[in-house]
Each structure stands twice: as C-alpha cells, then as structure tokens.
Design a binder for this molecule. Structure first.
Ligand SMILES: CNC(=O)c1cccc(C)c1Nc1nc(N2CCN(c3ccccc3Cl)CC2)nc(N2CSC[C@H]2C(=O)NC)n1
Ligand code: NI
Length: 186
C-alpha cells in the first residue's frame, strides 16, 4: 500500500514536469497504479488507517506525486447529507483527464488549499474556474465527460495542475493573497 514515504515533496523535479498521456487500451500496470492511488485516498480518509500509517488526508492524488510521470489522477470526495450521513460525492480514477470547457466565473476555497506534496501551510486564495467540463478515460476504458462545479471542480483542477507541473501556490496572487475580487468563496 502507498504511504507518505511514496509521496514526493516540494523540490523534487518530477513535481515540475509535464506528465505523459497513458496509452489506451490501458495497461494492467496503469490500471494497478490507479487502484493503488485510490486505495491511498480511502486509507487517508479513514481515521484509523490514517493514524496507524501516519497518512495525511486528501481528496485527490496525481501520479506525479508518487513519481510517476503519467496523466492519471484519483479523486475521492466525501460529503455529509442533511441527516449527517456521509456519502461519496465523486469517486473515480481519471486517465488522461482534459478540461474541455470552463466558466468565466472563478471560485476559491475560503480556507486556502493544502497539498500532500507540500509540507508547509501556504496561506492565500487559489482562484480557479468555478465550473469545468472534463473528459477522461476511466479504469474500464470508457470515455467519460462530466460537468463539475464548486469543491469538486477545485479538487479536479488542483490534481490536473499536478499533471502540468503546476502547484497550487503558483496561482496565489503574491501581492494580494486574500483579494477575493471577482470570485466566489467556497
Ligand atoms: C491551507 N488550508 C487548508 O488546507 C484548508 C483548511 C481548512 C479547510 C480546507 C478545505 C482547507 N483546504 C483543503 N482541505 C482539503 N481537505 C480537507 C480535509 N479532508 C479530510 C480530512 C480528514 C478526513 C477526511 C478528509 Cl476528506 C481532506 C481534504 N483538501 C484540500 N485540497 C486542495 S484541492 C485538493 C485537496 C487535497 O486533497 N489536498 C491534500 N484543501
Ligand atoms: Ni496537490
């Protein structure tokens, strides 16, 4: 199973490289890699497993973060319904994800963003597209296309940035990190 020692940190050159598209039909190796990444997210969101293996919790992970220069991201977003019941808002391993359209309107997490590869808190709003349409191939080889908004859209953009060698703080305005000019705070 993947643990924090498998996650490369700020300063490792792979984090600043552009990852390569994976071939389709997917190889067994690429399918196994995606499964391992999803397993990490599940473990990281399980209090017992996270404590036992000292995992930082995340809702997204990109293959470059485990030093694999492949365009693969895993996304596992839980939510709580009005009865306090937890459910999964979105779960998928996305191969060759591509943003094919997006809103003009921007949005940012009011509390800023964290990243498993960045071992220090970096303050500031990270402006991103509020809504995106993403195209990808899933683990079964199906071509998928879906519109995402708000938190889901933020997470997917954060992970796709990793495929292009971008880190969240690249997007924080250095002069006015908290200027919530024209974007929606989430
Ligand atoms: C500096 N301020 C902050 O970090 C920050 C501070 C407060 C609130 C938010 C909302 C912040 N921001 C932020 N919080 C998260 N988590 C909230 C807790 N959660 C989680 C934790 C425990 C169990 C299960 C789960 Cl689900 C895991 C995910 N995740 C991300 N990001 C940025 S997009 C990719 C995503 C990611 O997975 N990062 C590792 N940002
Ligand atoms: Ni990250």
């Amino acid at each position: 199973m993947l643990t924090m020692k498998d996650i490369i940190r700020e300063g490792h050159p792979t984090l600043r490289k552009v990852a390569k598209e994976v071939d389709t039909p997917l190889s067994e190796e690429d399918k196994a890699l995606g499964q391992e990444m999803m397993e990490f997210l599940k473990n990281s969101q399980d209090p017992e497993m996270a404590e036992k293996y000292e995992l930082r919790s995340g809702v997204g992970l990109a293959a470059p973060q485990i030093n694999e220069q492949k365009r693969i991201i895993a996304v596992l977003i839980p939510a709580i319904d009005e009865n306090g019941e937890e459910f999964i808002l979105f779960e998928d391993v996305m191969y060759n994800p591509r943003i094919i359209s997006h809103s003009v309107q921007k949005a940012a997490l009011a509390d800023g963003e964290g990243c498993l590869s960045i071992d220090r808190p970096i303050e500031g709003l990270v402006p991103r597209h509020e809504r995106i349409t993403v195209e990808w191939t899933d683990a079964e080889g199906n071509k998928k296309q879906q519109r995402f908004r708000d938190y889901e859209a933020i997470v997917i953009q954060h992970e796709i940035d990793h495929l292009n060698g971008k880190l969240f703080f690249d997007r924080i305005d250095p002069l006015q990190p908290y200027a919530a000019r024209d974007f929606k705070l989430l």
